[in-house]
Write a protein that binds this ligand. Structure first.
Ligand code: XMP
Length: 512
């Protein structure tokens, strides 16, 4: 394994991505707890991330001496380079000429992290982002590559097995950056690159068995990728010690509940409790239009319903959750200030505390695309594995102004037609998320010889890599026209369709 020490860079997670792509296992730990992680992990190598601080600041984060004494290869990136130099007796100065963006690197000398494209005499495009720069390298190091703004762009001490670069090899603006990581983790550190999903599956199954023994586990199933993969994996590990609880709040998409029940109960034979709680949820939501209030009602009812059903199952000691790695990484924050809540997303938070259960989280080491790969490895159908994200509060937050059964039914039909057209035209996998929204506005139309006065349906589709930022998806007009016609003809209650061309920011993906 490789230990990635986080100094707070925005792109630290990308280092982990690059290593995972090489089938190398790694963990990210904040600089302040890296020494204890070192003991637990016994890694083959250490990567020091970039970070926003200046090593010249009084309270600048520093490299724990234990890491330097560990006698494993070390690679410093940007702030990691500067911190390494300071720790080993070099010098760093506040850069008068801070460097941000593309730069050209000249490779001057051979070095064991260089190979292939990175050959002596060649130029490489790299991404720089630094204010300070190293002005004097520690004893035993030599400069092996330079750039106009960073004369000490890559430094190396082959004997001590330490390398450091001023730029960011993990970002895609450094096109050949992955090769540097490969040379470091495979050739230098000796990682074998055999961390595959098949291996992970076996390892995870063993861990689940060790953790739960013969105790009972309950798992909240939503039909989304994460909880589906977690449930199938845990069932493979402990069989019928697992019971899944599927709380159906009546705000799911068309036929979604049946699909979940068919797959998990009938196909996988997983004990599944299907709670039809639509009346309760819709009852309490009646007359409520504030988005946050709707979320709170749904969150609370979800916990209450789940808790009640879990008690009926009886004797469970563990709660399974599909927590992913990005939720787990303890973030390093230097700003300290509170961040603004735009939406209160995690509506199932609070379950484990309330229920006094221990957690089983077999996906907590994985990124989303790795969860999908594991799902395929476990034989989950593509229609589940490749699913667009769907929010916990479901259609409630797609009916601005207030939701009831009638509106949810109208929206469900329109949404199903829209997704059907997207699938048929082969665009589903190009889109991060696509859905219909039912607006609380009626407009006038004419159908046949009659006047209509019905609701407006808005269609939304976005591309994104992580849901944090998004662009609206560019359908062609024929597609939109065809889909609008079908929705208006087939769904009673809608007589006008519009397409949302807002990006995020300034919009959000959902309308509420
Ligand atoms: P926004 O609308 O904030 O959405 O741009 C970003 C991602 O989060 C999903 N989302 C939610 N997921 N509960 C959830 O579980 C929520 O209350 C919620 N609100 C938004 C949204 O679908 C998108 O994938």
């Amino acid at each position: 394994a490789i230990l990635i020490v986080d100094f707070g860079s925005q792109v630290t997670q990308l280092i982990a991505r690059r290593l995972r792509e090489l089938n190398v296992y790694c963990e990210i730990h904040p600089f302040s707890s890296a020494a204890s992680a070192l003991k637990d992990m016994n890694p083959r190598g250490i990567i020091l991330s970039g970070g926003p601080a200046s090593v010249l600041d009084e309270n600048a984060p520093h490299i724990d001496q234990a890491l330097l004494d560990a006698n494993v290869p070390i690679l410093g990136i940007c702030y990691g380079q500067q911190a390494l130099c300071m720790a080993l007796g070099g010098n760093v100065e506040a850069g008068l000429d801070a460097e941000y963006g593309r730069a050209t690197l000249n490779i001057d000398k051979p070095c064991s992290i260089f190979s292939g494209e990175w050959a002596v005499g060649e130029e490489q495009q790299v991404w720089m982002s630094h204010g300070d720069r190293v002005t004097q390298i520690p004893e035993g190091f030599e400069v092996v590559a330079t750039s106009a703004g960073a004369p000490l762009a890559v430094i190396a001490n082959e004997e001590k097995r330490m390398w450091a670069v001023q730029f960011h090899p993990e970002v895609h603006h450094t096109p050949n950056g992955a090769e540097l990581y490969k040379n470091f983790v495979i050739d230098i550190c000796g990682c074998t690159g055999d961390w595959t999903m098949g291996a992970y599956r076996e390892q995870a199954i063993q861990q689940i068995r060790d953790q739960v023994g013969d105790a009972k586990v309950i798992c909240g199933l939503s039909g989304g990728v994460d909880s589906s993969v977690a449930a199938v994996l845990i069932h493979e590990a402990i069989g019928d010690q697992l019971t899944c609880i599927f709380v159906d709040h009546g705000l799911l998409r068309l036929n979604e509940a049946e699909e979940v029940v068919n797959l998990f109960r009938d196909h996988y034979n997983i004990p599944l409790v299907h709670v039809d709680a639509a009346d309760e949820f819709l009852g309490e939501l009646d007359g409520k239009s504030d988005p946050e209030e709707k979320r709170k009602i749904i969150g609370r009812l979800f916990i209450e319903t789940f808790d009640k059903e879990a008690k009926k199952v009886g004797g469970a000691k563990f709660l399974a959750q599909g927590t992913l790695y990005p939720d787990v990484i303890e973030s390093v924050s230097f700003t300290g200030g509170p961040s603004v809540t735009i939406k209160s997303h995690h509506n199932v938070g609070g379950l484990p505390e309330k229920m006094d259960l221990k957690l089983v989280e077999p996906l907590r080491e994985l990124f989303k695309d790795e969860v999908r790969a594991l799902g395929r490895e476990l034989g989950l159908p593509e229609s589940f594995v490749g699913r667009h994200p769907f929010p916990g509060p479901g259609l409630a937050i797609r009916c601005p102004g207030g939701v009831n059964k009638e509106k949810a039914d109208i929206l469900r039909k329109a949404d199903a037609i829209y997704l059907d057209e997207i699938r048929k035209s082969g665009q589903y996998d190009k889109i991060w998320q696509a859905f219909a929204v039912l607006l609380p506005v009626q407009t006038v139309g004419v159908m046949g010889d009659g006047r209509t006065y019905e609701f407006v349906c808005a269609l939304r589709a976005v591309t994104s890599v992580d849901g944090m930022t998004a662009d609206f998806y560019q359908f062609d007009m024929d597609f939109l026209g065809r889909t609008a016609t079908r929705i208006i003809n087939e769904v009673k209650g809608i007589n006008r369709v519009v397409y949302d061309v807002t990006s995020k920011p300034p919009g959000t993906i959902e309308w509420e």
